[in-house]
Design a protein around this ligand. Structure first.
Ligand code: HEC
Length: 115
């Protein structure tokens, strides 16, 4: 499905799509009330400056975490720790996370999706 759609797209189409998705408004389901009920909130306090307490980043340089599964989040953190994914900011943050911290923040952000 996806590859068929992308194959027919021009570079301009792709630019437009990228602009559309990065600028798309997302109202996160991870509301302040919901955040307060989650045990991962403390561990996630290291992430909120960039990724937002609700998984929506305040700056486009930082990806939103809304919509990712817990598995994807844990795998991404492991990839930064192991060097399979390279990013200076995330490598610095991921290296200080214990496995339990990673599980905890991943469980927290897995609650976030766009309404
Ligand atoms: C100083 C800003 C900053 C902080 C703090 C930060 N991140 Fe990130 N994060 C980034 C940037 C920049 C990227 C994009 C890196 C890349 O291109 O791979 C990223 C990417 C990610 C991704 C990959 C998303 C994807 O596309 O698969 C995950 C998962 C993630 N961060 C989780 C976290 C968690 C969990 C924390 C807290 C423990 C955290 N980040 C703290 C800046 C930050």
């Amino acid at each position: 499905m996806m590859s068929a759609a992308v194959r027919g797209a021009s570079d301009d189409d792709i630019q437009n799509l990228a602009a559309y998705y990065s600028g798309r408004k997302c109202e996160s389901t991870l509301t302040a009330e919901r955040q307060a009920t989650l045990s991962g909130q403390a561990a996630a306090s290291r992430c909120v400056a960039c990724h937002g307490a609700n998984g929506v980043s305040s700056n486009r340089a930082w990806p939103n975490l809304v919509g990712f599964s817990k598995t994807h989040l844990v795998d991404a953190l492991k990839a930064y720790q192991g060097g399979a994914r390279k990013n200076a900011m995330m490598a610095g943050i991921a290296k200080d996370l214990s496995d339990a911290d990673s599980e905890s923040v991943a469980a927290y952000y897995a609650n976030a999706s766009c309404k």
